[in-house]
Design a protein around this ligand. Structure first.
Ligand code: OGA
Ligand code: NI
Length: 366
């Protein structure tokens, strides 16, 4: 009999965690998935277009959050809650389908969009405890609907509408951030040349041993900004002291978590932080999140838009976004390689020490 196809939903039934998901101790969760913090500001953006009204106040709050964390949550954002709940419901239906159905959209081997377990990135040594579906929604002319899931039936129309509404909201936020940097309103969208959008739907099944693993390992998003929708379970964590302490972001129904990415960080010359974050899992509930990544075009130039007096540029020279991404990925791979080498050396040292212990003294001294 052919062995059943394994997705995470099948592995989640097992009593112990398969070893490919077990992380080194220093990478494991330090704070519980449901120990919520209120440190990340929740900002109502009602009235964001009223130039003589709330706009200034909203702008100040966003700037403060970007300087401290690179993360904030927005409510009263105008995206129809019905659309949001439809999107969430259909996504849940997708992940509840049997493995063969989901694997019809298998994106392994570098396909642009579809379904995959853990990650589409190459060279990951430990796997993430998640399943994901991703589709590339902008620029519209590059959409490849063959790589978009076609079940549940209404999903495609809903995802199209969702993409458009989130794109509009993201552009509004980029205007505020441009003004905050003392630039024209359209400075950031212009710097993106032709804005790219990618939607990633993350599904984190219940996990038998959540303390040993992560749903999504620590990272910063590469792009300009990310708008993340999360359900009520909780699991998104952030650090603003390089991993010494972590907080779990409080889930708020209908809110978007906005993360500043590397591109946004560089364009602000480092004034705005790129959100340093990860997702943890738990053994009580599965969790769903929908991340919409707003990225510049691959050939867009990455360089600070304004360098304030007394500041040094955070980049030596202007590079393209594609090059920025390439450097980020190769740095990550290099760090993983160094870590692996260090671990192997440590194991070898222990082995050698053991050998030494069991040798008779006269052999050691000889
Ligand atoms: C991401 C991400 C966090 C989450 O998809 O880049 O950071 O809570 N997701 O799912
Ligand atoms: Ni992220």
């Amino acid at each position: 009999m052919a062995s059943p196809v394994k997705t995470l939903t099948t592995l989640a039934e097992e009593k112990t965690l398969e070893s490919s998901f077990v992380r080194d101790e220093d990478e494991r969760p330090k704070v519980a998935y449901n120990e919520f913090s209120d440190e990340i500001p929740v900002i109502s953006i009602a009235g964001i277009d009223e130039v003589d009204g709330r706009r200034g106040e909203i702008c100040n709050k966003i700037v403060e959050a970007c300087e401290n964390w690179g993360i904030f949550q927005i409510v009263d954002h105008g995206v129809d809650p019905k659309l949001v709940s439809k999107m969430t419901l259909l996504a849940k239906e997708f992940f509840a389908m049997p493995p063969e159905e989901k694997l019809r959209f298998d994106m392994s081997g570098g396909k642009k969009g579809g379904f995959i377990v853990s990650s589409h990135l190459q060279g990951e040594s430990v796997r993430d405890w998640r399943e994901m579906v991703t589709y590339f929604s902008y620029p519209i002319k590059e959409r490849d609907y063959k790589r978009w899931p076609d079940t549940p039936k209404e999903w495609r129309a809903v995802t199209e509408e969702y993409s458009e509404k989130v794109m509009n909201l993201a552009c509004k936020l980029l205007e505020v951030l441009s003004e905050a940097m003392g630039l024209e309103r359209d400075a950031l969208t212009k710097a993106c040349v032709d804005m790219d959008q990618k939607v990633v739907i993350n599904y984190y099944p219940k996990c038998p041993q959540p303390d040993l693993t992560l749903g999504l390992k620590r990272h910063t998003d590469p792009g300009t900004i990310t708008l993340l929708l999360q359900d009520h379970v909780g699991g998104l964590q952030a650090t603003n002291d390089n991993g010494k302490t972590w907080i779990t972001v409080q889930p708020i129904q209908g809110a978007f978590v906005v993360n500043l990415g590397d591109h946004g960080h560089y364009l602000s010359n480092g004034r705005f932080k790129n959100a340093d974050h990860q997702a943890v899992v738990n053994s009580n509930y599965s969790r769903l999140s929908i991340a919409t990544f707003q990225n510049p075009a691959p050939n867009a130039t990455v360089y600070p838009l304004k360098i304030r007096e007394g500041e040094k540029p955070v980049l030596e020279e202007p590079i393209t976004f594609a090059e920025m991404y390439r450097r980020k990925m190769s740095k990550d791979l290099e760090l993983a390689r160094m870590k692996k080498l260090a671990k192997e050396k440590q194991l070898q040292d222990i082995e050698n020490a053991k050998k030494l212990e069991t040798k008779p003294l006269k052999e050691i001294l000889a």
